[in-house]
Design a protein around this ligand. Structure first.
Ligand code: AR6
Length: 168
């Protein structure tokens, strides 16, 4: 059974087989963690992204990692929060599920996630953490390490609490 790790930090520095990017459906780069990843990775990743011609919300595609220490990048556009009754929960679950599947199908053993959709897209962090960790618990046998990289201490606390609750 793989380790589930919750840490505070910057996902661009993670030395794992795959880091996940909270992208947009045009795969065009942007702000937040998407901007940070593309800035640190360099232009080759955006060039690779362009070849997909976009990616639907909840789906996932893989590119190289450019200058990053990670092995590759999985790009998944999360849903925009619209109050919770527009399928956001299922769509966010799909982001995690499809990212895990893509990594597992390539026999990758370590993967790091940011808190997808909880920034610009406004998804409530408590609910998002529950979905992220719940999917992690389902896939942990396929990986050595599943890392959740929280950007703030507040998010780190929410994840830690959500994890304790899920394990009970
Ligand atoms: N490492 C880890 N987490 C980070 C980092 C980082 N370097 N930088 C920000 N975060 P967001 P979204 C956290 O807004 O809500 C973009 O423009 C951040 O604090 O990056 O899915 C895309 O192009 C938050 O907790 O992604 C899309 O258009 C989390 O990452 C749109 O934003 C996600 O926040 C996607 O919005």
């Amino acid at each position: 059974m793989g380790k589930i790790i919750i840490k505070k930090g910057d996902i661009t520095t993670e030395k794992v087989d795959a880091i996940v990017n909270a992208a947009n459906s045009r795969l065009a780069g942007g702000g937040g963690v998407d901007g940070a990843i593309h800035r640190a990775a360099g232009p080759s990743v955006l060039e690779e992204c362009a070849k997909f011609g976009g990616c639907r919300t909840g789906e996932a595609v893989m590119t190289g990692a450019g200058e990053l220490p990670a092995g590759c990048i999985i790009h998944t556009p999360g849903p925009r929060w619209r109050g919770g009754s527009s399928g956001e929960i299922g769509l966010l679950r799909n982001c995690y599920r499809n990212s895990f599947r893509l990594a597992r199908d390539r026999s990758l053993k370590s993967i790091a996630f940011p808190a997808i959709s909880t920034g610009v897209y406004g998804f409530p962090i408590e609910k998002a953490a529950e979905i992220a960790l719940g999917e992690g618990l389902k896939f942990r046998d396929d990986f050595d390490e599943i890392i959740y990289v929280c950007f703030s201490s507040g998010d780190h606390e929410v994840y830690t609490r959500a994890y304790d609750k899920l394990k009970r």
